[in-house]
Design a protein around this ligand. Structure first.
Ligand SMILES: [Zn+2]
Length: 85
């Protein structure tokens, strides 16, 4: 059971990490796949959609914590008898 829950959690966290590494244009919201959050501002190229170099970096650790909590809650629902302990 624990291994299965851990596996699901890691799968979700991997997905979150993937999403968290996205960079989007701050002006129009278009994805900028050629950049990462670690790309320095001076290395940015203008948004292909609107030409802005303002970016929204998708690194939000609090979102990851929320997902973690949700997964833990679902895991407990799956094992009601153990929760009573
Ligand atoms: Zn844009």
């Amino acid at each position: 059971m624990e291994l299965e829950a851990t596996s699901k959690m890691l799968s979700i966290l991997d997905h979150m990490t993937e999403q968290a590494s996205k960079v989007t244009c701050s002006a129009c919201g278009a994805a900028v796949p050629s950049e990462t959050p670690s790309t320095p501002p001076e290395a940015r190229k203008p948004c292909p959609n609107c030409g802005s170099v303002a970016r929204v970096l998708g690194v939000r650790l609090t979102d990851g914590v929320d997902v973690h909590d949700t997964v833990a809650t679902k895991a407990r629902h799956g094992e009601p008898e153990q929760v009573k302990l």
